[in-house]
Design a protein around this ligand. Structure first.
Ligand code: NAD
Length: 419
């Protein structure tokens, strides 16, 4: 094996270089602790001072044949760009089947990810997943208006369901999904990735521990300039609504998660630019207020018509917490401010990113393996849907809408994931 290096010939096999022999270095394994239990991480030797930011434990993937097998339904942007690559970071989940309306696309994806030809299904053949023993869970990544049907049919086919947000188009659909999964004795989780993500989890912890005293206000925004009026996101039957159920939902769901409380009243305003072809059926912009039992007031905005902004700020007695950006897949930033004597101490918390989709899928897999209630079950999606319907109603009626009082904390969530 020869390679030209800056005009010199280097013989890799014999380690000969025109300037003389290259020394051979001994190949060794540095000391490492290797626990017999495969779920415990291998501990490598220390290379950073204890005072430096540490790497965290090495991953502990389950053996391939023990992981939960997923069928992905819908091969659009989210599936191709985020979910499929995320399986590489999963420790308890693997992709084993696909459902799509495009045989060419599906065949290509199956080849890329090593999925068996016989585990690729058209929408017409969806119910045949029942006979595929490799599949324990179905991840529904279809337009919102199709979530209810595919959840119900998937549960009836004997599979557990992870469904993308928003859960569905209406409270009635959400309830039907919960009922169908209960009847089939299958688990249902809504893919609220933010509730499994370390930055937002840290905000929740700071708020719950009252690190900056009592929270008074939260201001949240999630908006983007969307295009292509022909896309299903601008079709009411397929999308359910416009910016509110698609991106505004992040503000609503994250605030509920951070506070662990439920709003008692909402006031909403809806606006769409007249004659904009995108907003013939669904709304462009929603601004809304929420009142919580603890006295926290939240002010939220969402839009399909302004430049990308995804952020929120928690304002408390003695400090503030800022997440900007708060909701993208990577690059989240958490900053806090607190006065220290004559100084205003502003801290940027440098938290390592975790793949949001791998984390949420592994949580669902853990729930199936250990028979636990998912942290974000169907009831969590139903509650968001109830609140969104109240926001629309308030905007239509021009007055605040009261919501059913919920006093229990984390009323609709399952067991909190360990890490
Ligand atoms: P997309 O348009 O890129 O993909 C949708 C897929 O559904 C496509 O493969 C399309 O072929 C298929 N489909 C089947 N029947 C269809 C029909 N009648 N009309 C249109 N498409 C049809 O959409 P996406 O961005 O991947 O979103 C899919 C789901 O994922 C939505 O519910 C969305 O809210 C959710 N989503 C979640 C996140 C998140 O961060 N959790 C991000 C983006 C999207």
């Amino acid at each position: 094996m020869r390679e030209e290096t800056r005009g010199h010939q280097y013989d890799f096999l014999n380690c000969q270089h025109p300037s003389g022999p290259v020394p051979k270095l001994p190949a060794t394994s540095p000391p490492a602790t290797v626990p017999a239990d495969s779920s415990k991480p291998i501990e490598l030797e220390q290379i950073k001072a204890k005072t430096e930011q540490q790497e965290g434990p090495t991953p502990t993937p389950m053996p391939e044949d023990k992981r939960i097998g997923y069928a992905l339904v819908g091969l659009g942007h989210l599936t191709l760009n985020q979910i499929l690559p995320a399986f590489g970071a999963c420790t308890k989940s693997k992709v084993v089947a696909l459902v799509s309306g495009s045989p060419e696309k599906m065949q290509k994806v199956a080849t890329q990810y090593g999925i068996k030809k016989e585990s690729c299904y058209s929408y017409a053949d969806y119910d045949k997943l029942r006979d595929n023993q490799d599949v324990q869970a179905i991840y529904i990544v279809l337009p919102n208006g199709m979530h209810a049907e595919y959840t119900i049919r998937g549960a009836q086919a004997g599979k557990h369901i992870l469904c993308e947000k928003p859960m569905a188009n209406s409270v009635a659909e959400c309830q039907a999904m919960i009922d169908a999964c209960k009847k089939a004795d299958r688990k249902l989780m809504i893919a609220y990735r933010i509730q499994y993500e370390p930055h937002n989890k840290m905000v929740r912890e700071m708020v719950q521990k009252e690190q900056f005293g009592k929270v008074k206000s939260i201001i949240a925004n999630n908006g983007q300039n969307s295009d292509n009026p022909k896309h299903w996101r601008f079709n009411k039957a397929l999308a359910g609504g416009g910016s509110l159920p698609d991106v505004g939902l992040y503000c609503l769901n994250t605030i509920r998660f951070v506070l662990a409380e439920e709003p008692t009243e909402v006031m909403g305003y809806v606006h769409s630019t007249p004659n904009d072809p995108r907003f013939k059926e669904v709304e462009e912009q929603v601004n809304w207020l929420m009142k919580f039992p603890s006295g926290v007031q939240a002010s939220c905005a969402t839009s399909y018509g302004h430049h990308d902004d995804k952020s929120y700020r928690v304002l408390a007695d003695t400090g503030w917490i800022k997440m900007d950006p708060a909701f993208p897949y990577t690059g989240l930033k958490l900053e806090t401010s607190q006065a220290q004597g004559t100084e205003n101490q502003i801290i940027q918390h440098n938290i390592a990113d975790k793949d949001h989709f791998a984390t949420e899928m592994d949580h669902f897999s853990e729930c199936l393996l250990a028979n636990k209630v998912p942290f974000t079950p169907g009831e969590e999606g139903l509650q968001d849907q109830k609140i969104m319907e109240a926001i629309y109603q308030s905007a239509r009626d021009g007055k605040p809408v009261k919501l059913e009082s919920v006093t229990k904390k984390d009323a609709f969530r399952g067991e909190e994931p360990a890490a």
